[in-house]
Every structure is written in structure tokens, then in C-alpha cells.
Ligand binder design. Structure first.
Ligand code: SF4
Ligand code: ZN
Length: 315
């Protein structure tokens, strides 16, 4: 029987993971420790939290968010004045989100973490299942992204958090960088910085997992015995992001480390982007949330969808 090579960190235990971009072979313990160290380094490098931060963690029930929740709860133990609260958004995707929310709730109970949920139905009067039935030109993920961003901010404000930690991993960051470049959307590119920024009306968003590749986040969850939802959202296939994800995964096999290169290049570019006047300066005349124009994007989308539904009513 073939014996696994020894871990290059501890030199004593058999390795279970080969890290192609660094050449390391790691045993389960050294692998998990390396993820925690990387997340701690990221938090301190970008000064993501204060010693007494009240941190809302966006928990979807997937591997990244549940791994992040476990890690932040552990890290927070060193900071007695800091607090972690889990917030989840129910977008209303039947057969998908309900299972993820069950797993999120169970994880919070076992970790002793306060858990709040908000639903699209309560906030916007529409579920994603209804939106996909009515939608016009946009993909389901375009609607979902705008509405979930609002819902997460609202949930973080409801629990009086001063930080909103989301579990975007390295793959998400590299995909977002390419996606925004391909759309020519420099404002969004500038907004993807993992340290976030302080804007009136918004809880500062931070991304402690931004340097953890997706496959390592998955392995971390498996090795720690974290139960997570692995089934993808039924609407995910329609997104342009899916094409970019596949492309980047193929490139990463050919050229290990390419996702890090794209992510780091984005971090270099972001401070050089001038997005003067792009920050929300006023308030939406419908919902009162911060916006650059007269009516915010959320109210525009919800308004269009509602009109479409009225148009469908028999007269
Ligand atoms: Fe929403 Fe798209 Fe994610 Fe599904 S895949 S939860 S529609 S953003
Ligand atoms: Zn509005």
C-alpha cells in the first residue's frame, strides 16, 4: 500500500493535502492551523476589527460561512470585549435555502452564538422564487445580490453590529475582480476591498476569508466535521460568474497561484481608481436608505417587479 508523504510542517504525521501554489504537504492538524493563522494575519493586516467589535457574521449555511463562524468564535475568545452574532438571510429559494438555514441554526446553537434571520419576503414582499417567475432582463443572481446586500446590512444594523463579516474566499475575490473588469465596472471593483470602508448608513463589511482558496475552505470544513450545505442554488447556473469560476479553475490547474495573482493585482489597482462622487450622498425618497440618486437600486428593482406583477393581473 502506498504511504502518504509526511507533513512538511511537523515532519511527523502523514500529509492529507498538497498545496500546489506553495509546494507544502500538510497533515490535518497543520492544515487547520495554517488556515487559522492565515485568517488571523488577514484580520490584523487589514485591521478588520477593534478589540471590542460587535461582529455580525453573514451565515448562509454553506462551507465558507460556517467555517468562518467557527473560526471567528475561536478567535474572539482571545478578545473578551468582542462579540460575534450570526445573521442569515432567507432569500426564499424553496428546497435550497430552508436546508441551509437549518444547518446555520444548528451550528449557532452548538456554538452558543446568537442568531438572527431576515427574509426577502418580510423586507421586500417578494421571495427569490417569485422574482425568478417575474423577472425581466436581469439574471436571478443580479436581483438576489442587490437585495441580499441590503438585507445583510439591515440585519447587521438590527443587531447593532459595527462590523459585518462575510465569508468571501479567494476564489470569490478573484472572480469579482475579473467580473468587474469585464463589465468595465470600476466603481464595483473599488468596492471589493476586503477591509471595507466606513460609509454613512452602512455597517463596515470585512472579508476575513479573502486569502483562503475555496477548496481549502471546503477541506477545512470537512476536517473540522462542520456540517454544511453542499447543494448549489438552482439559479446559480445562469450567472456570468459561473463562466468565470470555471475559467479560473482551469487556469489554476495549469498555473497554480493565478487566483492569488489576480486578487493581489486587484488590491494594487483599487487605491488608484478614482470614483469621485460614487459614494451615496443622499437618501432614497422611497425607503430612506443611502443612495447616489433619487431612488435606490433596491426600490427600482422591487418597483419594476411589482409593476410587472400588476401587468400580469387579469383586468
Ligand atoms: Fe442568490 Fe444567485 Fe446565490 Fe442563488 S446563486 S442565492 S440566486 S446570488
Ligand atoms: Zn429605496
Amino acid at each position: 500500500m502506498k504511504v502518504a508523504p509526511l507533513c512538511t510542517k511537523c515532519g511527523s504525521k502523514p500529509s492529507v493535502y498538497f498545496r500546489p501554489y506553495s509546494g507544502e504537504r500538510l497533515c490535518p492538524g497543520c492544515f487547520a492551523a495554517s488556515i487559522r493563522e492565515r485568517v488571523e494575519r488577514t484580520i490584523s493586516r487589514f485591521r478588520m476589527f477593534e478589540f471590542d467589535s460587535r461582529i455580525a457574521v453573514g451565515v448562509s449555511g454553506g462551507k465558507d460561512s460556517l467555517s468562518l463562524l467557527h473560526l471567528l468564535v475561536e478567535i474572539e475568545e482571545q478578545f473578551p470585549k468582542a462579540e460575534v452574532i450570526a445573521v442569515s438571510i432567507d432569500e426564499g429559494v424553496r428546497g435550497y435555502r430552508d436546508e441551509a438555514l437549518r444547518l446555520a441554526g444548528e451550528a449557532c446553537r452548538s456554538l452558543g452564538v446568537e442568531w438572527r434571520t431576515l427574509s426577502f419576503a418580510d423586507l421586500f414582499g417578494l421571495t427569490m422564487d417569485e422574482i425568478t417567475g417575474r423577472r425581466g432582463e436581469l439574471t436571478p443572481c443580479s436581483y438576489c445580490g442587490v437585495l441580499r446586500r441590503r438585507a445583510l446590512n439591515q440585519a447587521a444594523r438590527d443587531v447593532e453590529a459595527d462590523r459585518l463579516a462575510t465569508a468571501h474566499n479567494l476564489d470569490d475575490m478573484a472572480q469579482t475582480a475579473l467580473l468587474n473588469l469585464m463589465r468595465g465596472d470600476l466603481r464595483r471593483l473599488a468596492g471589493m476591498h476586503p477591509a471595507g470602508s466606513d460609509l454613512p448608513g452602512f455597517v463596515r463589511r470585512v472579508k476575513p476569508f479573502c486569502e483562503v482558496p475555496e477548496r481549502e475552505s471546503t477541506l477545512y470544513a470537512y476536517l473540522r466535521g462542520i456540517e454544511f450545505q453542499s447543494r448549489p442554488c438552482p439559479y446559480a447556473e445562469t450567472a456570468m460568474r459561473t463562466d468565470i469560476r470555471r475559467f479560473l479553475n482551469r487556469m489554476e490547474v495549469k498555473r497554480p497561484g493565478i487566483k492569488f495573482i489576480i486578487y493581489r493585482a486587484a488590491l494594487e489597482i483599487i487605491p488608484r481608481i478614482s470614483v469621485g462622487g460614487a459614494e451615496p450622498s443622499g437618501r432614497c425618497r422611497i425607503c430612506g436608505e443611502p443612495t447616489r440618486g433619487d431612488v435606490c437600486r433596491v426600490c427600482q428593482l422591487v418597483g419594476e417587479l411589482s409593476k410587472e406583477a400588476e401587468g400580469e393581473q387579469p383586468s
